[in-house]
Design a protein around this ligand. Structure first.
Ligand code: ADP
Length: 205
């Protein structure tokens, strides 16, 4: 099994690239979605997060109220670290369960906004991504794309400032997809990337 970590800053086009790789035959696992799943009712981390953060973050139903949890950690690095210390291992356990269900010849893409910044995708049993693909675009274009998608510009800029830098992502990249032009240009670059991914899969056999 070839496991690829796919990352990129907000507005870079990471989700667009993930969807295109899925259309080419990769199995995409959205780690942000897993993050929401593990704290949802019955999720692997629900009870531990409720215990750690107390009744303030519970809604009337007794389950986690996500906006309240977000407020509890926003701008508080220590609290955020306390949350991720619970949620990230749970995400990785969920990921392990998903990988167990896939065939040996699968090409798996882990769609991760935070790869450089976290241990997501590095499982307790030693499995991990063996290649990293980074999607990059100039900052102003990323801001434009995110604003066009409905986000507020100051929020986008704050998110960019809080995420890893292009240099930090490039330092761990096995391949960089530069998404600075139109969709046709991106499609061409992804055709090239898919050839490379095929070579990686072959080399791993
Ligand atoms: P990310 O997941 O990195 O935040 P998305 O893949 O959601 O970014 O892309 C952000 C927005 O930009 C989306 O609306 C997407 O359709 C658009 N987009 C991405 N790449 C291109 C491109 N090459 N040309 C035009 N629009 C693009």
């Amino acid at each position: 099994m070839l496991i690829i970590g796919l990352t990129g800053g907000i507005g870079s086009g990471k989700s667009t690239v993930a969807a295109a790789l899925e259309a080419k035959g990769a199995v995409v696992i959205d780690c942000d979605a897993l993050g929401r799943e593990v704290i949802a009712p019955g999720g692997r981390a629900e009870q531990a997060v409720l215990r750690a953060f107390g009744p303030d973050i519970a809604g009337e139903s007794g389950h986690i109220d996500r906006p309240a949890l977000a407020r509890a950690v926003f701008g508080r690095p220590d609290e955020l670290a306390r949350l991720t210390a619970i949620s990230h291992p749970a995400i990785n356990d969920e990921l392990a369960a998903r990988l167990d269900l896939l065939p040996d010849d699968a090409v798996v893409v882990l769609d991760m906004a935070i790869l450089v910044e976290s241990n997501l995708g590095r499982l307790a049993d030693g499995r991990s991504y063996s290649k990293v693909v980074v999607v990059e675009a100039p900052t102003e274009l990323r801001v434009q794309r995110a604003v066009a998608r409905g986000m507020h510009e100051p929020d986008v800029r704050a998110r960019i400032a809080s995420q890893a830098t292009d240099e930090q992502r490039r330092a761990v990249a096995d391949a960089v997809v530069v998404n600075d032009a139109d969709m046709a240009a991106l499609a061409g670059r992804l055709d090239e990337l898919w050839v490379r991914i095929g070579e990686w899969a072959q080399a791993g056999k």
